[in-house]
Design a protein around this ligand. Structure first.
Ligand SMILES: [Zn+2]
Ligand SMILES: [Zn+2]
Length: 185
């Protein structure tokens, strides 16, 4: 499968863990509204580079500290989710198995709505494979449903579908680390 930018989507060989229809975090943001990110003319006297067009840098927010950082159109620098190694370490150490919880919540956040078996299929870590029962248990027992981070989609006849609460703008890492609560009282 190819990204709209033309690159092949290969989540195994890149750091793309969440964006199944795009090559990178960069392209996932870019193709939501390409007009917001016009190409940059690369001005150079070198004949090969004349009129060369380049994709602009896109700014996004770190999923741990919330600070703005830059993504470029590349498989390596376009797939960052955190602004720094420190932020990814802080997430890892904030609670037991925080990365596993993060992976499940981030998949639901990126896709909007997912069933437990979609999450199992999309999960990228073969060493720590998930089962549908584990997904259901993690979301329930770790309080993500009680705290209204994840909502259940009304689907009486079918399997349980999870939806990310779109009213939340806090970074996902903070939601996990500080057990933020969005339950209306
Ligand atoms: Zn792409
Ligand atoms: Zn950060």
């Amino acid at each position: 499968m190819k990204c709209p930018c033309g690159k092949r989507i290969c989540r195994v060989t890149s750091d793309n863990s969440y964006f199944t229809k795009h090559c990178s975090h960069y392209c996932w943001i870019y193709y939501q509204n390409p007009e917001a990110y016009p190409d940059i003319h690369f001005n150079s006297d070198h004949p090969n580079l004349k009129n060369h067009l380049r994709r602009p840098i896109i700014k996004t927010n770190c999923e741990m500290c919330g600070d703005v950082f830059s993504l470029s159109h590349s498989l390596k620098d376009g797939n960052k989710i955190f602004c720094s190694r420190l932020c990814s370490t802080n997430l890892q150490s904030c609670k037991k198995k925080a990365l596993r919880d993060f992976a499940i919540l981030k998949l639901i956040k990126v896709h909007g709505e997912l069933g437990a078996d979609d999450i199992v299929k999309l999960h990228q870590n073969p060493q720590r494979a998930l089962t549908t029962a584990m997904v259901a248990q993690i979301l329930k027992c770790n309080g993500y449903i009680t705290r209204n981070i994840i909502q259940l989609v009304d689907n009486p006849k079918g399997p349980r579908i999870y939806r990310y609460n779109t009213n939340i703008d806090a970074p996902l890492g903070q939601i996990i680390a500080k057990k933020l609560n969005y339950r209306e009282t």
